[in-house]
Each structure stands twice: as C-alpha cells, then as structure tokens.
Design a binder for this molecule. Sequence first.
Ligand SMILES: Cc1cc2nc3c(=O)[nH]c(=O)nc-3n(C[C@H](O)[C@H](O)[C@H](O)COP(=O)(O)OP(=O)(O)OC[C@H]3O[C@@H](n4cnc5c(N)ncnc54)[C@H](O)[C@@H]3O)c2cc1C
Length: 726
Amino acid sequence: MEARLEDPTQEIKRLQRCINDLVSLVALPAIWRGTDPSQIVEMLLDVLRRMLSLDFAYARLSDAFGATPVEALRVSEDSKIKLSAEEVRRMLGDPLAAYAQGSVPQIRNQLADEGIAIAPAQLGVHGEIGVIVLGSGRAGFPEKTESLLLNVAANEASIALQEARLVSEQKRVSAELNADNQMWPVLTESEIERARLYGRVRRVEIGEVLYRPGEVGRPCFILLSVSLEIVQPTIDGERLVTILRPGMFTGEAGTIAGQRTVVQARAIQAGEILEVRPESLRTLVANDAALSEILLRAFMLRRLMLIDRQLGNVVVIGSRHSADTLRLREFLSRNGHPFTYIDLDKDEAYRNFLDRFGIAVSEIPIVIGNGTMILRNPSTSQLADSLGLNDNIDSSSIHDLVIVGAGPAGLAAAVYAASEGIDALVIESRAPGGQAGSSSKIENYLGFPTGVSGQELATSATKQAQKFGAKMALARPIVQLRCQHRPYELVTDDGTVFSARTIVIATGADYNKPTTANLDRFVGHGIHFGATFLEAQLCEGEDVIVVGGGNSAGQAAVFLSQSARKVYLLVRAATLSDSMSHYLIARISGNPAIELLCSTELASLEGESALEKVSWVNKLSGESRSVDVHHLFIMAGASPNTSWLRGRVALDEKGFILTGRDLPPTVDHDRSSSWPLSRPPLMLESSLPGIFAVGDVRAGSVKRVASAVGEGAISVSMIHRVLAEV
Ligand SMILES: Cc1cc2nc3c(=O)[nH]c(=O)nc-3n(C[C@H](O)[C@H](O)[C@H](O)COP(=O)(O)OP(=O)(O)OC[C@H]3O[C@@H](n4cnc5c(N)ncnc54)[C@H](O)[C@@H]3O)c2cc1C
C-alpha cells in the first residue's frame, strides 16, 4: 500500500484550514456555552470520517487554560487498517504535545511507514486548543478530490454542530427553568407584597423545625429573610431535598389541601417568614391568577420530583408476587403519593430489618410511615387514613353537594361546583381517575393533540378541584343511600354518614372482563374496551380478536373487518342468535374477513410489555389454538356500579341510572318512589329530586371521557337550581 505523503501539500493545508474554521467558529463557542464537549467532538469526527471515507479520526482538545483535554477516537468498523483504539492512541502518542514539540512530521512519517497516512490539523488560533488527526490507509490520502468532499463535510458538520448546540442549549435552559425557576422559583418583591395580604409575618430562629413529615394543615411558608433546609428523614438518617433561600416558598402538592407533610423543614438562617395557612392559600390561589400559577406549578413539580427520587414519607416493603403489595403500590401511585418500594424478593438485606422489628415475612406488605408508624398488610382505607389523606373530611355538617366517584365525571362536577362556590365533597372508593386513570394514553380528549395519560389527567383535575376548595375522601366506598328524608345521607363501608342537600352519582361502570389470568396487565397495552376509528387505525392490516356475543361485539367485528386483515370473533355461547341482532349475524356470516368461533373461551394471554400472543379453547371439542395478535377487543358489556342504589333510584334493566326524559312517566321502576315534585325531573336528574347521575353510570351515556366530563360540568347548573329550591 502506497501511503507515504509528500511534505504538507496544498490539500493538507486546505484540510487544516477547514477543520480549524469548523472548530473555531462552531465547536469552541458551543463548548464555551456549556454543550458537552465530548459530544461535539465525537460528532465532528464522525462527520469527517464518514465524508472522507477515513479509517480513523482522532481529536484531542483542551481549552486555553489547560483544563482536562477532551479526547475522542472514532475508528471505522470496516477499516482496512486493523488497529484497535488503544493501538491508534499508542501510535499517535499525545499529538497535542507532539505539536507543541514540533514532532508531528516525524509521527506522520513513522505512521506512513506502516501504510497509514495522517493529516493532522492544529486547532485554535494560537495552537493552544488541540489537534485533529485524520487517518486513512488509502494511497495518496488526502488527494485533491478530497477537497470537494471536505467542503461538503465541513458544511454538514457545521449544520450538525449548530443543531447539537441548539438542542443542548434548549435542554440546558429548559432544565434550568424546570429545576430552578419553576420548581424552586424566587418570588419577586411585588409577588411577596401581594402574598402578604393572606398571611402573617413571624420570626424564625436557627434550628427551628417548621414542620416534620406527617403533620397536618401546615402553612405554606414564604421566606422573607430566612433560609431553610428541606430534608427527608429516612430509616438510616436524613436525605437532603433542597435548600430554600429568601424569596422562595415551602410546600408541595398536598399543602393546598392541608394534607400531611412528607418532608421536614428546618431553619439554617434566622429571620422573618410569611405564614400562609391552607385556607388562606386557597383564597390566594383563587384570587391571584399569576401567583396561583407559580405556586401550583411548583407544587406539582415538587411532588413529581419527590416521587421520582422516591423521597416520600412512606416505605412499602413487599413482594412482586403478592396481590396486596400490588394493591397498595397501585393506590399510592394513583394518588400520586411519593413512596419508596423495597422488594423482598430482590433485597434480602431488608429481611434483617423486618426481623429487627419482629415482623414475619408472611405479614407483608408492610407499610412504614414517617419512619415510625408500621402497618401490616393494611386495607386501602387504613392506609389512606394513616397517611392523613382523609384528614380534612367533615362528616358532621350538611354538605351542599356530595359527589360519589372521582372519575372524569365526578372530578369535572367537583371542579365546576367548587369554582362556583358550592361546598362540594367527593367520596371515592379507590383513588381519583376512575377507568380513565387506567388508560395509558387518552388520544381523543379535546385539547391534547398528542394524547394525555389518564393518570396525568386525573392528577391535574384533582389538584384543580382542590385548588377551588373541593374536599376529597379517598378509599371510602359508599355502600348505602338513605333517601327517606332530606338532606339525603350517604353511608361509607366503615359506617360514616355524610349528609347532602344534593348528590351527583358518578360511580361509572366496570367493563365485564373474562377471568383470564394476566388480563389486567395488558389493559391499555393491546386490550381495548372500545372499537372506534382510533383503535381501527392502530390495528390496520393486522389480525385482531373480538370477544363477546352481543350487538357491541358484532358491530365491532364488522367495523374492524374493514381495516384489519382478519377478525376472530370469540363467542362463549353455542350460537349468536339469542344475543345479537339478525342484521349483524347476517353481516358476520357473509364476511370473509371474520372467523366466528362459538363455544369458545380465551385461554391465555402472552407478551412482554404488550400483548403478543392469544390462545383460546373450544369448550365442546377441547381443541385449543394460539395466534400472534397485538389487539384484543373485549366487548362483553359494562356493569354499572349501582348495586348500592337498587330500590332507591330508578335503574334500567342493566342497572344504569335513568335520568330526565328517560324516566318512566310515573317513576316506580325498581321499587323506587314516584316523582314527588310539580316540576319535571331535570336533564341529568334521577328519580329522586336533587340526585343526579353523570358519566358512564347514567343510562344512555356515551362511554367517553369527554362526555363524562361534559355531563359532570352540566350537572352543576342544575345543582344551583335545586339548591335554590331546598
Ligand atoms: C383502559 C381504558 C381506556 C379508555 N380509553 C379511553 C379513551 O382513550 N378515550 C375515551 O374517551 N374514553 C376512554 N375510556 C372510557 C373512559 O375512561 C370512561 O368513559 C370514563 O372514565 C367514564 O368516566 P366516569 O367518571 O363516568 O366513570 P369512571 O371513570 O368509571 O369513574 C367512576 C369512579 O367512581 C368510583 N366508584 C365506584 N363505585 C363507588 C362507590 N360505591 N363509592 C365511591 N366511589 C365509587 C370508582 O372507583 C371510579 O373512580 C377508556 C376506559 C378504559 C377502561
């Protein structure tokens, strides 16, 4: 291989000039601005290596102050020169030093003897910046023709570097904004002046603890001249969360509702503090939109940070094989409560810890709260109470409005009612969010073009309702409605009675599901409960399965057959004739894309992160079959959560609540009483005056998030009307 170079040619000079320009004009300013230097250098080398078909490209850069140099080496995979990265590095030695000592020509000649041509380029105006060495085994490198390529390479590299700089700059700015300006903002003097209207100023001494984890109703503290240390006490000491300085404020998502604190605040510098109690904080956020935005955004971001860094006041010790562990983790996650999870299957060390507290492994899951409280496999409501999630719930007074259920419909009713000054209490049997909370992405909710996770929607709606003063009792199923007299009474599973002038029932429905193992794991990851245009798009050209023998299953099968390659329709009954309309049966039997499988049940579901394979079995023949599918539609109907209302309000034959015009003229359905008023029932009103039904639980409702939210919002105007009557 002829690779010896003449003394530096014009081409080499051009090459050097180009690289120098490239680095001086683009890379160095980017480095000085804070872009990760190694990222820039590696990209630069890659571009040059690719465009010039090099075997390797090497760079060593340092700034004029002699800071640790950045070194990068890119060797082509298909290089003819069989050199490892270490060998190249060894051969080249320290080219930066070589340049300084004027020994580069020797290195070049020495390498040329080994058939490697190099084109070193000194970087920076005074040579103090570094060196790039381009290496090739090609004869005559760099030939004249390379100069053309080099221009292209320089151009491309310049664009790539500009982009990298921009991206990195954006990341840095947004990280700074998020981390500092948004999560830990410093209030301006005029903002503090406005906040003073809602609080009282007092002095704080060094070492004073303003709150500890688990304290209820603590104020939001705006730091006038003190500094605070925010720490999370843990089993083995303290973890620093942050330091707050004058102008900053304490608090996170639970502060606005007066919920228990999850961290500890201690003064590290004496001075004055403005104390804003939770009720005044709610008035502040309702009256001052600009401050409200700063405070609420910071509170939400802080809660997310606590969750992300597992800095909660709760530790759950359990096993991933235990259903109760899953139940508690799910409850905490869906309530957005930060917690640390310790899996005994993975973390043997904690078994000793359990021994120390005299806890048997059979008692898991164990919940440790605030480092002191220990609960052994608590019920969900026990956990909620111990965490103080229901501390501010008052069962002694009569509420203007009690909303049962905190899915989209109930949360919308809470937001609109509370924002319009109605004293509203939401009672939820599990955690806010309802069915929507289990959806990984809601794609069709107005205003979210890229979709929104059900959990995100629920968390924001909950905070919004609390911001307006709505109260929320969690993990408290309502089991009885007492409606003989008004105010009505709602009884929870632990016997607590809540009195209400008006009630909104928003308890939704649970989709009927086959009892196949694993099914819940794939909900939202291949298992669907609705077949709309959106889902049809998802499985275009693929095989899909529809389960169910009713009209909704038939409609789904026919609809999906227009876009899917094949639809397997799995029906448990021996025939469709008893459960499906004749026109649908005719369409199915004449449709070559639908394979009807009667007397058939799902047997198993498989997949890693999403559904990949489904098996079914014919109950008569025992024959089983497996297919690779990614989409399974369960269209087996939904059952409303109304068992506690039977005999109280009029329901349709499936148990959904009848409202407004759907109510029979003389309401006496299902043993419920006749309509007692001279006015007719309002649009969303049930057979009992002042009791409304919204969302999926209402007969004839459209089973969608947007319609549930809409109904919840509309119900509030009717509640105003009824409150004026009582
Ligand atoms: C996996 C999945 C994905 C979905 N995806 C979409 C989608 O992309 N787009 C869309 O528009 N719709 C979607 N839906 C449908 C949508 O979620 C529902 O239509 C919507 O949640 C209905 O809201 P809701 O408030 O009426 O009832 P729910 O969401 O069912 O909420 C009812 C709440 O009431 C509580 N409750 C029940 N009984 C009691 C009681 N006795 N006491 C106290 N509380 C009680 C429940 O715990 C629950 O939190 C999806 C549904 C599921 C299951």
